[in-house]
Design a protein around this ligand. Structure first.
Ligand SMILES: NC(=O)C1=CN([C@@H]2O[C@H](COP(=O)(O)OP(=O)(O)OC[C@H]3O[C@@H](n4cnc5c(N)ncnc54)[C@H](O)[C@@H]3O)[C@@H](O)[C@H]2O)C=CC1
Ligand SMILES: O=C(O)C(=O)Cc1ccc(O)cc1
Length: 295
């Protein structure tokens, strides 16, 4: 006898990179009897249905959420409040609303006020992605071996939190719980600031005089190429990340700017030892990151 799926009806709102990756993983693992998606972009909804990663597709989030036991929000963070307001009245008692957003406190603030009594909110963040967007960019292998951070609010339903954790574990992720504010500070330095730096460096290179710009593209060494990959990430998604994690990002940026100024001074003064010491420390950190990946 095969085990029954963990969820009867999974509604994915936003069937882009992350939503479609989840749909594929849930299908592959048989975790939901029915997968429904809603996407404001009718082409994305239709595409998800056409490639067979969902059973039903609509442009109306309330239609998808009606009767769902699990609703996964996979839209840019700026759209959360509107989506939550729309689905709130359609949610059945006991339904779980969860998400994949890259910022957590702002998501709680945007969604919680619109959920009726008896509906459980379990905010989450699969820390896995790429610079690509849309339903064709997703793949089930995105999740295995990566972290998923859940940030349940105090008093959250333990059973609901456990069901969401089990879903991500079944997709191959390692699940951790964290306070939402702490999550936002950690991600500000490990993910948001690196994206901001990439956007800046590629922007600076593009603003160079025309003849220099051509050379930048032509001789693009791997360092710059890596930055262009990250700077090719979705503009809507990243605009929303920065607007919704303002304090933590600005705090990191302040420290970063101070450290950059110190480095600038070392270069100007010819302080080779200071440069060498920093680069030696950062090389050790890189080794630690690689070792952690292989562990
Ligand atoms: N891209 C990445 O690497 C990662 C992204 N995330 C988070 O996942 C969420 C989604 O990001 P992606 O999948 O990368 O973006 P995406 O752009 O590939 O997909 C977003 C989808 O939401 C749809 N959408 C936008 N507004 C909507 C609305 N009001 N109602 C219904 N559908 C709407 C879009 O049409 C699109 O299909 C974001 O909140 C992001 O912070 C989390 C981890 C990694
Ligand atoms: O493509 C990359 O390098 C990423 O960093 C992907 C990514 C983007 C946003 C997240 O919240 C988590 C992962």
């Amino acid at each position: 006898m095969t085990a029954s799926p963990a969820f009867e009806r999974l509604a994915i709102v936003g069937i882009g990179l992350i939503g479609s990756s989840l749909a594929r993983a849930v299908r592959a693992e048989g975790l939901a009897r029915t997968i429904v998606c809603a996407d404001a972009n009718a082409d994305h909804a239709a595409r998800a249905k056409a490639i067979g990663i969902v059973d039903e597709a609509t442009t109306d989030p309330a239609e998808a959420a009606a009767g769902a036991d699990l609703v996964m929000l996979c839209v840019p963070i700026g759209a959360y409040a509107d989506v939550a307001r729309t689905i709130g009245p359609a949610l059945k008692p006991g339904a779980i609303v969860t998400d994949v957003g890259s910022v957590k406190q702002a998501v709680i603030d945007a969604v919680a006020p619109h959920l009726p009594e008896g509906v459980h909110l379990v905010p989450g963040h699969p820390v896995a992605g790429t610079e690509k967007s849309g339903p064709d960019a997703g793949f089930a292998a995105l999740f295995p071996g990566r972290w998923c951070i859940l940030t349940p609010v105090p008093g959250a339903d333990e059973g609901a939190t456990r069901k969401v954790a089990d879903l991500w574990r079944a997709c191959g992720m390692t699940v951790e719980r964290m306070d939402p504010g702490h999550h936002d500070r950690v991600l500000a330095i490990t993910s948001h600031l690196p994206h901001l730096i990439a956007y800046t460096i590629v922007g600076t290179a593009t603003d160079l005089e025309e003849h220099l710009r051509q050379e930048v593209i032509k001789y693009s060494a791997s360092g710059f190429r890596d930055f262009t990959r990250i700077a090719g990430s979705d503009p809507t998604m990243w605009r929303d990340v920065f607007l919704n994690n303002r304090e933590a990002v600005l705090d990191c940026l302040q420290r970063f700017t101070e450290d950059l100024t110190a480095l600038q001074r070392s270069i100007r003064r010819g302080e080779g030892d200071a440069l060498f010491d920093l680069f030696t420390r950062t090389r050790e950190i890189r080794k630690g990151v690689l070792d952690a990946r292989q562990a």
